[in-house]
Design a protein around this ligand. Structure first.
Ligand code: AMP
Length: 253
């Protein structure tokens, strides 16, 4: 079953305790698509500027990802994010965000993209996420991700979005920020009561928690000794989850 993802496509600069990398391929929709492509066909919608290296698009195409929905804005600059990981590699600081062409992104989806039964609204502004929902409201499974920037700057829009989706995936610190509750079990249920039928809270190396009306469970993470760069781990997790559901096709309630 085809899976549609809309989200950020970025050039990232990342500092880890051992190294720094500048302007590398990143973005929520990129990590998501790459992981999901191991399970199902993926259609990507995003926006980049003229500074975007064509080789990155080629890399995605080589994984079979449909990049027809990747807009290139003439004269524009690609979204850039700069982050620094603390020695525990779980916590990070955002040093810079330059939305650039992502700020005015107005996705216009090709008709066949709108017919995808599964939709993932990867990290991006709730305004843009809702514009996508307006075009793909008929999708059978609509899941979104969000992060601290949007919780802090577009909370009202985010609350509106939550009423229109089936599931939300977010990390532990974002769940606490959204609900103003330090207890993740309470936070998970509070978010569910805001609209989505299920909520997945990611806890980095400690796995993830799932919340629905009748189920609450915890899944461990694969134990890894040598963590090099966790950027995009959350998006890749969501890509694996949604890709698997698309492959199985049995995600209905
Ligand atoms: P993750 O490590 O899974 O939380 O995702 C990291 C990716 O999210 C990076 O590649 C960034 O380019 C992208 N990103 C960072 N901030 C934002 C934002 N505010 N909106 C959308 N994508 C973002």
């Amino acid at each position: 079953m085809p899976l549609l993802v809309v989200g950020s496509v970025a050039l990232d600069s990342v500092e880890t305790p051992s190294t720094c990398r500048d302007n590398v391929l990143g973005g929520s929709a990129v990590y998501f698509s790459y992981a999901a492509s191991y399970f199902s066909s993926v259609r990507l919608v995003g926006v980049v500027g003229e500074d975007w290296p064509e080789a990155h698009t080629e890399l995605l195409r080589k994984r079979g990802i449909d990049t027809a929905g990747l807009q290139v804005v003439p004269g524009g600059e690609t979204f850039r994010w700069k982050g620094k990981y603390l020695p525990n590699m779980n916590n990070r600081e955002t040093l810079e965000v330059h939305l650039n062409v992502f700020e005015t992104f107005d996705p216009q989806l090709p008709a066949d993209f709108c017919r995808c039964p599964l939709l993932f609204l990867a990290n991006g502004s709730p305004t843009v996420q809702m514009r996508v929902l307006d075009q793909c409201g008929g999708a059978e499974l609509k899941v979104a991700d969000t992060m601290d920037l949007w919780i802090s700057t577009q909370r009202d829009g985010l609350l509106e979005l939550l009423k229109r989706i089936d599931g939300l995936v977010m990390n532990d610190s974002e769940a606490k920020l959204l609900t103003d509750d330090e207890n993740l079990v309470r936070a998970g249920h509070k978010i569910r009561e805001l609209g989505p039928r299920f909520v997945v809270i990611k806890k980095g190396e400690h796995g993830a928690m799932f919340f629905s009306e009748h189920e609450t469970y915890v899944l461990p993470a694969f134990p890894t000794e040598n963590v090099v760069d966790p950027t995009g781990a959350g998006d890749s997790f969501a890509g694996g989850m949604m890709g698997y559901l698309a492959e199985k096709g049995n995600f209905k309630p």
